[in-house]
Design a protein around this ligand. Structure first.
Ligand SMILES: Nc1ncnc2c1ncn2[C@@H]1O[C@H](COP(=O)(O)OP(=O)(O)OP(=O)(O)O)[C@@H](O)[C@H]1O
Ligand SMILES: [Mg+2]
Length: 212
């Protein structure tokens, strides 16, 4: 379970999160919405322990991501909105992730294949040299291969082609079950039939939290 309490975050005096309260139970499928600049990515980066909040708390199954990031994130995967400019090759990235998470590397190639990306010819290429959609497909494939209890997706389909979007939805439906998914998205219809709750952020606070 993820519990966010009275979370505040400012960047050089600009208050982006202004007392966010949110609990996400195990197995929930939640959409996080809100206009550009509302603070969605900032909230997720605080949950992941990447940003230190000005005040408030986050706990993931009782563990604070700032106090013990490794344990807090063991059960959490994240697909970012803007993929990091990694200099690793694809092969190194997959080896590294498989090493720390203990999954079968073939699962990543299989997930990529289903997303219509034949990753084999690109294994020696630096991650940052892939196209935007290819990066997103690799990160989605690694997240599903890890098989963690929770996956957080920050606008996961923004760069995907139409077929890729369809397969992504199929992968989500297959993996769904008891897993917790948080999707940041601007389109309610994108996760219809899967997401059961929509939360909207505005002016740094939760302004809507409803069943869908
Ligand atoms: N590292 C940072 N340094 C300074 N300001 C930041 C930083 N990260 C985010 N912000 C600011 O916080 C505000 C919210 O940004 P955020 O990325 O959380 O929005 P968002 O809701 O994810 O928007 P979008 O829908 O466009 O992705 C913006 O004004 C942004 O400039
Ligand atoms: Mg964002």
């Amino acid at each position: 379970m993820i519990i966010v309490k009275e979370l505040r975050k400012s960047f050089k005096g600009q208050e982006v999160l202004n007392g966010v309260n949110l609990s996400v139970g195990d197995g929930e499928k939640l959409m996080l919405m809100g206009r550009n600049g509302a603070g969605k990515t900032t909230l997720i980066r605080c949950i992941l322990g990447e940003y230190m909040p000005s005040s408030g708390s986050v706990s993931i199954d009782g563990v604070s991501p700032w106090q013990d990031r490794v344990s807090a994130l063991k059960s959490v995967s994240f697909v970012p909105q803007l993929p990091p400019p990694l200099k690793f090759t694809i092969g190194e990235l997959i080896d590294y992730s498989a090493g720390i998470s203990g999954f079968d590397k073939k699962t990543v190639a299989e997930n990529c294949r289903r997303l219509e990306l034949d990753i084999e010819p690109h294994m020696g290429k630096a991650f940052h040299k892939l196209s935007g959609g290819m990066k997103q497909k690799v990160l989605i494939s690694v997240a599903f291969a890890r098989g963690t209890k929770t996956i957080i997706f920050d606008e996961p389909t923004a760069n995907l082609d139409i077929k890729g979007r369809g397969t992504f939805r199929a992968l989500l439906d297959e993996a769904g079950g008891g897993r917790t998914f948080i999707f940041i998205s601007h389109r309610l219809e994108e996760f219809s039939g899967l997401a059961s709750r929509a939360v909207e952020l505005d002016m740094g606070r939760v302004v809507k939290d409803e069943e869908i």
